[in-house]
Ligand binder design. Structure first.
Ligand code: PGA
Length: 251
């Protein structure tokens, strides 16, 4: 499986700023090979940026979706709409959605199902808070989130799914989990997938890490056996930083 490096722009970049970033990225990422690169701009820029990304190999992701197909859901965006902008991926259950917008393991599950129904590859985010880590509850929290998000899925759907382990205390704080700490949880998620599905179906599921990923920690993170990529927030807004992350050195 190719490593996946995804940039989550969050609520940053208007259309012109996004276009400028994409031009820089196209240039800087031209020679990066054997890595799948995805960016998740705000909904309002997706259609425009899709044209600017043509032939670049860089793929688009939505930052969220709603599970209904259409209807009276003011403010929501469906999987079908994302698909029509050119998205291939969608981030689901980001901790900011869980903390600020009341998402639960059940809403995350419904969104994963909707993404798959519309041919979008979900990047399912899980991760413990600082309180949970300090109380020794990291693995039980992650277990609940992963099994909740994937419950009822057929093994055959798993080839489309990516899991992003993002410890909440490491997001936007400059504190990265030590690569060994992250690896421990990634390994736990890998074992959990083997428990929930047959081995063959989950062989190529990527488990990517997120939380203050930067040019100076990506190489060490990617050297861990169960870290298959990164979900990058802040550093994805700087073309040089994101390009360095996507072009990580294999140690
Ligand atoms: P960060 O965000 O890289 O700014 O910590 C990561 C994320 O929220 O996906």
């Amino acid at each position: 499986m190719l490593p996946l490096i995804a940039g989550n722009w969050k609520m940053n970049m208007d259309i012109d700023q996004g276009a400028a970033l994409v031009f820089r990225l196209r240039d800087l990422l031209r020679n990066v090979q054997a890595v799948e690169i995805v960016i998740a701009p705000p909904f309002t820029s997706l259609h425009h940026l899709n044209h600017l990304l043509a032939d670049s190999g860089i793929k688009l992701a939505g930052q969220d979706l709603f599970w209904e197909k259409s209807g009276a859901y003011t403010g929501e965006i469906s999987g079908e709409m994302l698909k029509s902008t050119g998205c291939k991926y969608v981030i689901v259950g980001h901790s900011e959605r869980r903390q600020l917008f009341g998402e639960t393991d059940e809403t995350v599950r419904r969104k994963v199902v909707a993404a798959l129904r519309h041919g979008l590859k979900p990047i399912v985010c899980v991760g413990e808070t600082l309180d949970e880590r300090e109380a020794g509850k990291t693995l039980s929290r992650v277990r609940t989130q992963v099994s909740g998000a994937l419950s009822g899925l057929a093994g055959s759907a798993m080839k489309e799914v990516t899991i992003a382990y993002e410890p909440v205390w490491a997001i936007g704080t400059g504190k990265t989990a030590k690569s060994q700490e992250a690896e421990e949880v990634h390994n736990f998620i890998r074992e959990l997938l083997h428990e929930l599905f047959d081995r063959e179906s989950v062989r190529n599921v990527r488990i990517i890490y997120g939380g203050s990923v930067k040019p100076d920690n990506i190489d060490e993170l990617m050297a861990q056996p169960n870290i298959d990529g990164a979900l990058v927030g802040g550093a994805s807004l700087k073309a040089e930083d994101f390009a360095r992350i996507a072009g990580f050195q294999r140690l």
